[in-house]
Each structure stands twice: as C-alpha cells, then as structure tokens.
Design a protein around this ligand. Structure first.
Ligand code: AMP
Length: 218
C-alpha cells in the first residue's frame, strides 16, 4: 500500500468525488472530503452541522476557522496517518491552503502532489444539473448520463437517492463564482510551489485517473 498524500482541486462537479473513490480503491488512501464531512454533520444535526448548513444551502463557503479546525482534526487521526489521504474540497481558500501547509510542516508530512482537475463552467452546470446521489453510500448518478436502474434507489446499496439542495441551477452558478474567486488562487498557490499537476477532466473518469497516477508517479 502506498501512503500517498494528495490534494484534488477543481470546480464543483468536476469529478473530485469520483477520483477520490478510485484513489481509495486502487491506492488505499483515505478520502477526506470537506463537503461529505459537512453533510454528515448536518445529517447528525450537530452544532457544526447547523452552522455549516446556512452557508452550504446558499452555495457560500463555510468560514475558514471552523473548516480548518474540522479538517486538521481528521488529518491527525491514526487512520489517516497510516493510510495517507486524498483531500477533496479542501483547501478552498488561500488561508486554508496556508493553514494546511503549516499543519503538514509541523507534522513533518510531505505532500505527494496536488492535482488541478480542469473543465469549462458550462460542462459543470450540465453535469450538476442532473446529479443524484445516494444518501447512504454516496454513489453518484446522473439523470441523463448514468441513471439508476430503479428510479430513486441506489443500484449498489438500495439506499434512497436525492438531488442535493445545493445542486439547483442558481446555487450551481453561485458555487462556480465562489470557485473562481476563492479557489482559483489556491491553484496558483500550489503552482507557485511547483507541486501542481493539471489534468483535463472532461475525459472519461478512468483516463483522468490514469493521468493522475502517471503524472504523480503513485
Ligand atoms: P462540496 O461537496 O465539496 O461541493 O461542498 C459542498 C459545500 O460545502 C460547499 O459549497 C461549501 O458551502 C461547503 N464547503 C466544502 N468544503 C469547504 C471548504 N474547504 N471551505 C469552506 N466551505 C466548504
């Protein structure tokens, strides 16, 4: 098992979740998705979940302080230490990226690489508009491109399928604006550190995956 330490950056709907799942399956790394963690906090109705929900439903970013604290706690877990990690959706601001750099330096952990998944905005809107996710196992479907065999039910686990609250068209546009304003500078931050691999994410997921693995040598 490799103990890769990776970051996936890209606009919403680019396929970060799909690539994280492939990286977990093939390399054994632990996926850490800030969006998934926030949604499970909301589901469990915790204080953090209640606070995060108001931002998430509007397509805005949850404040840096609580997001950083939540992710650093996960990064310090024994499982993540043992398996390595693939961060998906974090860092999303330069402040978060700087906090992550500090944390990794403090823990003497080196990143294996940072991947920027790149795609046009219009493709994002098209992909997200039909996206349906399993509320139980997280499997992702698309009403046109990958419909489930039985409407409303997951092929894999029979769990109920749901359109995410923030996958409505107006919220998708807001999330794209947030990405260009706040997260594009994070791509530049890692490019300046010489750690960035850019991958064209319009391709089939397996090809995207193959380019990540070849580009990073993992
Ligand atoms: P995602 O599933 O990655 O698209 O995240 C869904 C939502 O969770 C985002 O639109 C934000 O509201 C919030 N979120 C996820 N990750 C972060 C982050 N690193 N910083 C701030 N907010 C975040």
């Amino acid at each position: 098992m490799t103990r890769a330490r990776l970051i996936l950056i890209g606009p919403p709907g680019v396929g970060k979740g799909t690539q994280s799942a492939l990286l977990e399956e093939r390399l054994g790394v632990k996926p850490l998705s800030s969006g998934v963690i926030f949604r499970s906090e909301i589901e469990a109705d915790t204080d953090l979940g209640q606070l995060a929900k108001s931002y998430i439903d509007r397509g805005e970013l949850v404040p840096n302080g609580i997001t950083i604290q939540m992710m650093v706690k996960r990064l310090r877990s024994a499982e993540v230490r043992n398996r390595g990690f693939v961060l998906d959706g974090f860092p999303r601001t330069v402040r978060q990226a700087e906090a992550l750099t500090e944390e990794l330096e403090h823990e003497h952990i080196e990143l294996t690489g940072v991947v920027s998944l790149e795609v046009e905005d219009e493709v994002v809107v098209e992909r997200l508009s039909g996206r349906i996710g399993c509320t139980k196992c997280g499997e992702i479907y698309h009403s046109a491109a990958k419909p489930p065999r039985r409407e409303g039910l997951c092929d894999k686990c029979n769990g109920p399928l749901l359109v995410r609250e923030d996958d409505r068209p107006e919220t998708i546009r807001a999330r794209l604006r947030v990405f260009h304003e706040n997260t594009q500078p994070v791509v530049d931050y890692y490019a300046a550190m010489g750690q960035l691999l850019r991958v064209d994410a319009v391709q089939e997921p397996e090809r995207v995956f193959a380019q990540i693995v070849a580009g990073l040598g993992v």
